[in-house]
Design a protein around this ligand. Structure first.
Ligand code: NI
Length: 175
């Protein structure tokens, strides 16, 4: 297990569209990456992390919107490890939530998203899954799947708010 460095915007990998994981890539290395991404997310701490945020431009997401620990303290029964996730269906109802992102530090933005989504994905062994998510878990997954399209919170924001943020970051020598 390892905690991976998290890339921050603006970074070219964060702006790039991630490619699907191929059938021949379901190897121990992929399962190690999933474990490392989960450890990195919990350490941050965060409720979701997409592979481009750790420099790997493939369709991989980990999330734990509840982030509840059981009695043992470090088991995570609701942890989602998603390879090649796709939003197959969405509700017409929208909800707005103030989001933040590990790759866009100190930035908060109201984003309107589908209230319910049906997601299909594969696990680290290439088995297929599908499930409906609603409310906060649906928001988290839509945010993470945005990362796979090269979209961060900054792309959801107005041009003015985005450029103000980037100037502020540059002045601090962080960007
Ligand atoms: Ni994010």
């Amino acid at each position: 297990m390892a905690i991976l460095p998290i890339l921050e915007a603006p970074h070219p990998i964060l702006a790039k569209k991630a490619r699907p994981v191929r059938d021949d890539e379901f190897t121990p290395a992929l399962r190690q990456l999933l474990a490392d991404m989960a450890e990195t997310m919990y350490a941050a701490p965060g409720v979701g992390l997409a592979a481009p945020q750790v420099g790997d431009s493939r369709r991989i997401v980990v999330a734990d919107p509840g982030n509840q620990e059981d009695d043992d303290g470090d088991k995570h029964p609701d942890l989602l490890l998603m390879v090649n996730p796709v939003i197959a269906e969405r509700s017409r109802e929208l909800i707005t939530y103030e989001e933040s992102c590990l790759s866009v530090p100190e930035y908060y933005l109201d984003v309107k998203r589908s209230q319910r989504i049906r997601v299909t994905w594969q696990d680290g062994e290439a088995a297929s899954h599908e499930r409906w998510f609603e409310e906060f878990p649906a928001i988290v997954l839509q945010h993470e799947l945005d990362h796979l399209q090269g979209v961060t919170l900054l792309e959801h924001s107005s041009r003015l708010k985005r450029s103000r943020y980037l100037v502020r970051r540059r002045k601090r020598g962080r960007a």
